[in-house]
Design a protein. Structure first.
Length: 383
């Protein structure tokens, strides 16, 4: 792309995905401004990216007014907001055009079902945008149903840094850091501990797996957890004498995750619903064998027993069968699936490939004639 754009990104400043997008866009010669809450700016600013902070305590009216003032000052070619009921609705109500919204998955599948108000907010956000980017074809179809129209929409994921997320071979060092023996085997659950992610189902399957392989371990991430759910999991672990088989990890950097992905026997992600989970794609890029929920968005990436396993996410027996089969694969079989898994990412999900798709969406949207009549914009949204 030869044209340099001024791009405003509105959303969660602490999101590593938005940060990586901002960094890549800046590296490609665009002028990028991150608009986020002051208390959600991330631990370190992204180099080459400017920031505008709004107050988390301000009312929506004050937030929107302040962001409108900044947009009028920065004069971006495109406003790209993230998460439908957060950045999406704020971006729509600023009245700025052209405006694209990135749909993450649960903001389309789950949030609108929580209440009538949230459903209306989601509809307003979509109808007021000039287009949206969906993380999967399934989310794209669901967004059409929610919005009641088929406005400009593309499937566009964040993309994977395949130079960072690549297979590592020093498995002994990773296992030593986990307190495991060099010849130990472990299952990795990289999703946060919340009911939506079904770690209770995983532990039920794991309990059965331990009977077949008493020394196998499971790695769980204690970060941003639902504390009551975490307490339920801890109770289950103690009741079934699994304490010695469970390894707890706190927040992990991307570099630390690479080692965990690469050395795991299997990486398990079995939420009730999902978009295109970056944890699964990162694991595949590292050559890990993934076990994922059998959902439409995951079928775009995983071919069952060829590039991973797809299971009924509510069925612990199905999950046990998959894990038991995986830990008993021959080295040659594991190597074949590992290589095929990484190849999928190299062909479809490199960050350069994915950001090029997003750039083309920007360019298309930037050619839309801006609607500078704010009241008319809001009227169009509501009626």
């Amino acid at each position: 792309m030869n044209r340099s754009l001024k791009i405003a990104l509105l959303g969660y400043g602490s999101s590593p995905h938005i940060g990586r997008l901002a960094q890549t866009l800046a590296n490609r010669g665009h002028q990028v401004c991150m608009i986020c809450r002051r208390d959600d700016a991330g631990t370190e600013p992204v180099p080459g990216v400017s920031y505008y902070y709004f107050s988390p305590t301000d009312s929506y009216i004050k937030k929107i007014a302040a962001i409108r003032v900044h947009l009028n000052s920065f004069k971006p070619d495109i406003l790209h907001s993230h998460f439908l009921s957060y950045g999406g609705i704020i971006g729509t109500l600023t009245g700025f055009h052209p405006h694209l919204i990135s749909l993450w998955g649960c903001d389309v599948i789950n949030v609108p079902q929580e209440s009538f108000l949230k459903k209306m907010i989601s509809k307003v956000a979509l109808r007021g945008a000039d287009g949206w980017l969906s993380v999967s074809r399934h989310i794209q179809e669901e967004s059409y149903l929610l919005a009641g129209n088929k406005l400009n929409s593309e499937v566009a994921i964040w993309g994977i840094d395949t130079e960072l997320f690549k297979p590592q071979t020093d498995h002994a060092a990773v296992k030593e850091a986990l307190g495991l023996l060099p010849d130990s085997k472990y299952i990795l659950s990289p999703r946060i501990l919340q009911p939506h992610y079904n770690q209770n189902v995983l532990l039920e399957a794991f309990k059965k797996l331990v009977k077949q392989a008493p020394n196998i371990a499971i790695v769980l991430i204690q970060y941003n957890s639902d504390k009551s759910y975490e307490a339920e999991l801890l109770k289950y672990i103690h009741q079934h004498n699994l304490t010695k088989n469970v390894v707890w990890q706190k927040y992990l950097t991307p570099k630390e995750l690479v080692g965990l992905y690469s050395s795991a026997e299997a990486v398990v992600s079995v939420p009730r619903t999902d978009g295109t989970p970056m944890t699964v794609l990162e694991a595949m890029s590292c050559g890990a064998i993934t076990v994922a929920s059998d959902l439409p968005s995951l079928r775009d990436w995983i071919t069952h027993k060829q590039t991973g396993w797809l299971v009924n996410q509510q069925n612990p027996n199905a999950l046990y069968d998959a894990l038991n089969e995986i830990i008993n694969l021959s080295p040659a079989e594991k190597l074949k699936i590992s290589a095929a898994s990484r190849q999928v990412i190299l062909e479809k999900a490199t960050i350069d490939h994915c950001v090029s798709i997003i750039e083309s969406c920007y360019l298309k949207a930037a050619n839309i004639k801006p609607n500078t009549n704010y009241l008319q914009t809001i009227k169009n949204v509501l009626w």
